[in-house]
Design a protein around this ligand. Structure first.
Ligand code: PLP
Length: 380
């Protein structure tokens, strides 16, 4: 129940990668046979990723994952457009891969506006429009939030960015593979995606860069990725990403409908059986696989530990934030108080999630909540 943190490698993906981990080990820059094999496999994967997000293969650049793609998008656009201005618009609910990069850019002379969401975790395009100045050189708003699953109005934001010729980046790490993604409909100039969120291995991702977008490289070195991202290609990872993209695109509407139904049964089952629970984020404007709930009077971390004892993996906020005692920056920015934010729990399903797994959670969670509330000084 923690598929937003990561997913297992799909068996077909692993099988497709194996030849490139064994015999076909060539460097994709080599001109001999094993090199040519590797190059062909990389080209095929580029087409598969392009097809999933609706762009041209030449607009896909392979990276080491979502974090690198986000870093490259923000730093690459900021430095390429320094002569035009120094203002960047993003939101307060972004993943740390965007937020920390934006904060670092502030130390380099850039100014950043961090827009606040509404109570359901959604950024209003009117707020984006109001924040634009004649110094704005980048708008970066995520497609779907990793903690509460809130879907952002990226098409509306993309439209107003395009009308003003301001590059628009969207971190779609949680969206790609989970919902249909179309960079043209969203009018995105840059889009980040990460393989391990949808059945490919960890450490492989991509950045879509629309033709004609000026971007400074993040990694300097060899001429790989059309001189824009140096480093010997991770051929097995790239092959895995391509295969996972091809799989993700198949029957996405049906998969989404099935996962939404399971997720709704989970939310309804929890809310029927347990008192003082709130669903964080809008019921409908959210990723099909996400349920984020606050359980008054108890700590999400305590719930997690008890669920783990029952063999259930969930998350309290994002994986990157767990271990820190800071309440979720996303929930706080939606107006929750620190206690409500601390009492949150995130369940994220996948296409492999079964009815039985939902039943297991619904079977054990009420008892765990009762037990923890009985011990909680806040509940008395
Ligand atoms: N952006 C979002 C929205 C994420 O959820 C994540 C990972 O949790 C990342 C970026 C970072 O991706 P990666 O783990 O591939 O570095």
């Amino acid at each position: 129940m923690d598929n937003a943190a990561t997913t297992p490698i799909s068996p077909e993906v692993l099988e497709g990668m194996m030849p490139y981990l064994k015999g076909h080990f060539g460097n994709a820059s080599g001109i001999y046979a094993t090199g040519r094999d590797a190059r062909q496999a990389v080209d095929e994967a580029r087409k598969q990723v392009a097809q999933l997000i609706g762009c041209k293969p030449g607009e896909v650049y392979f990276t080491s994952g979502g974090t690198e793609s986000d870093n490259w998008a923000l730093k690459g656009i900021a430095f390429a457009n320094r002569n035009k201005g120094n203002h960047i618009i993003t939101s307060a609910i972004e993943h740390p891969a965007v937020l920390e990069t934006a904060k670092w850019l502030e130390t380099q002379g850039f100014e950043v506006s961090y827009l606040m969401p509404d109570a359901s975790g959604i950024i209003n395009p009117d707020e984006v429009e109001k924040a634009i100045t004649d110094r704005t050189i980048l708008i970066s708003i995520m497609a779907a939030n990793n903690e509460i699953g809130a879907l952002q109005p990226v098409a509306a934001i993309g439209a107003l960015a395009r009308a003003r010729k301001i590059p628009f980046h969207t971190d779609a790490v949680q969206a790609v593979g989970a919902i249909p993604v179309d960079v043209k409909a969203w009018q995105a100039d840059l889009l980040s995606l990460s393989g391990h969120k949808f059945g490919a291995p960890k450490g492989i991702g991509a950045l879509y860069v629309r033709t004609g977008t000026r971007i400074t490289p993040l990694l300097h070195g060899g001429a790989q990725e059309r001189n824009r991202r140096a480093g010997t290609e991770n051929v097995p990872g790239i092959v895995g990403l391509g295969l996972a993209a091809a799989r993700a695109g198949q029957g996405i509407e049906e998969k989404t409908a099935r996962i939404t139904a399971l997720r709704n049964r989970l939310i309804d089952g929890i809310m029927d059986a347990i008192s003082h629970v709130r669903l964080n984020g809008d019921r409908n404007s959210r990723l099909p696989n996400n349920a984020n709930l606050s359980f008054r009077f108890i700590e999400g971390e305590a719930l997690l530990l008890h669920l783990d004892l029952n063999g259930i993996a969930a998350s309290s906020g994002s994986a990157c934030a767990s271990g820190s005692l800071e309440p979720s920056h996303v929930l706080l920015s939606m107006g929750l108080d620190a206690e409500e934010a601390h009492s949150s729990l995130r369940f994220t399903l996948s296409e492999a999630t079964t009815e039985e797994e939902i039943n297991t959670v619904l079977g054990v969670l009420p008892g765990i909540v009762d037990k923890l509330r009985a011990m909680s000084p806040l509940a008395s």
